[in-house]
Design a binder for this molecule. Structure first.
Ligand code: ASP
Ligand code: MG
Length: 421
């Protein structure tokens, strides 16, 4: 069995969905588990609806009507029969959204966020599954919330692997065993043991595909993208970016962790643990081989450069002039853990700890205030962390020319610099 993941860009309009159906048709003799994200920029739109609801701006319903119109436009292009069941399924999901944003009792932001934002994947999968069935590709729609179980860390659920493995067998494998060839489900979403919806973090559909592949012992995972595979730089910013035909799990994890947005960083571990290859392929040119990521001693020699944007550089020192040693470092990281702040690059001297972080802007002020109870904290917003693997001095100079470098760290193969924009 193979797992195919199609992201938002691949299903952003009716033509996209038709293209996805054509790709799937080429694999008619194989068992496929299809994982789909919300269409186009739907998740951003739902985030805006959630914020409007939470901040009581009064715009939530109008924004929701807009999103409904966009979805209906696509459905209308794909289903000429106005009595097709898909129309009432879309109505039902928007009714659910309507109830969610009418609710007087607002629980935590993160909880409300997951209940609202998860509707994007429910919409896209209902539409794609209905379309596949309509064009003769018999497809079974599964609710990922029955399968992927998490704790109740809303917006970044931690997977309960044992539950998820058992559910995968019960809800998915059993269908393949009974002759199903195409099973389709949502990326990005899961549920707590009490069946409240959770999400796995933005862009988490790749991770969903990997979780399910791991639990079901898939033979491979294909992630279908709008780029030809994994490139050595972001092709939207570097026209001379080159395709990497093959990557080891090790190199791929390092690239994803430092911000190569082509794969979600959590995706590779579950695959590496079961030795399942990951192919990154183009949904525009599906016949091209793309990039394969697998167990490999092959060391990629081509320089790769990754820009991780929207970083904050913190400079932390003790208020009483004490050294930055074990106790202080422990206390700093305790605050990081409390706010789920990700440290991407660290450096310390006797009195100062510098760290480049990714932090949810909604939580930044409270995070800084907790850190400031014990430490003196200075920060620079709007930084970029540049990571160059297999670097040369010429390349480093080229990429940092004219920019103000705030922090630099290098090893034999990798250099990382933080620049202010
Ligand atoms: N729809 C979600 C997002 O945009 C998950 C994903 O696309 O992978 O973040
Ligand atoms: Mg996406």
């Amino acid at each position: 069995m193979k797992v195919f993941k199609f992201g938002g860009a691949s299903v952003k309009n009716a033509e996209g969905i038709i293209n996805v159906a054509n790709i799937i048709r080429n694999f008619e003799n194989e068992k496929l588990l299809i994982v789909i994200s919300a269409m186009g920029k739907t998740t951003n739109a739902l985030e805006a609806i959630c914020n409007a609801f939470f901040n009581k701006t009064g715009e939530a319903q109008a924004l929701s009507d807009q999103l409904k119109a966009q979805h209906l436009e696509i459905v209308t292009a794909l289903f000429e029969d106005k009595n097709d069941a898909i129309y009432s399924e879309i109505e039902d999901l928007f009714a659910e959204l309507h109830w969610a944003i009418e609710e007087e009792q607002i629980k935590s932001y993160d909880y409300e966020y997951d209940q609202i934002v998860s509707i994007g994947e429910l919409l896209s999968t209902k539409i794609v599954a209905a379309y596949l069935n309509k064009v003769g590709i018999s497809t079974l729609w599964i609710d990922a919330r029955d399968v992927i179980k998490t704790d109740n860390t809303y917006r970044e659920g931690t997977v309960d692997w044992q539950e998820t493995a058992e559910n995968s067998k019960h809800y998915i494998q059993s269908n393949f065993d009974n002759g199903a060839t195409c099973v389709l489900t949502q990326g990005f979403i899961g549920a707590t043991s009490e069946n409240f919806t959770t999400t796995l973090g933005r862009e988490g559909s790749d991770y969903s595909a990997a979780i399910l592949a791991h639990c079901l012992n898939a033979t491979e995972v294909n992630i279908w993208k709008d780029v030809p595979g994994v490139l050595n730089a972001d092709p939207k910013e570097f026209s001379n970016a080159v395709l990497l035909n093959t990557l080891s799990y090790y190199d791929a994890i390092e690239l994803a962790y430092y911000g190569a947005t082509v794969i979600h960083p959590k995706t590779l571990k579950p695959l590496q643990n079961k030795n399942i290859p990951l192919r990154v392929k183009s949904f525009v040119n599906p016949q091209l081989p793309g990039t394969v990521i697998q167990q490999d001693d092959f060391k990629q020699e081509i320089p790769t450069y990754i820009f991780k944007k929207e970083q904050v550089l913190l400079s932390i020192s003790a208020r009483d002039f004490s050294f930055i040693v074990e106790e202080n470092i422990r206390d700093i990281f305790q605050v990081f853990a409390n706010w789920r702040v990700k440290a991407n690059l660290m450096q310390h001297s006797a009195l100062n700890f510098s760290v480049c972080i990714t932090v949810d802007p909604l939580k930044f002020a409270e995070f800084i205030s907790e850190l400031s109870t014990k430490f003196k904290v200075k920060y620079n917003h709007n930084c970029t962390l540049i990571t160059i693997r297999n670097y040369s001095d010429t390349l480093v100079n080229q990429l940092t020319q004219g920019k103000s470098v705030l922090l630099e760290q290098k090893s034999r193969n990798v250099i990382q610099v933080v620049i202010s924009n």
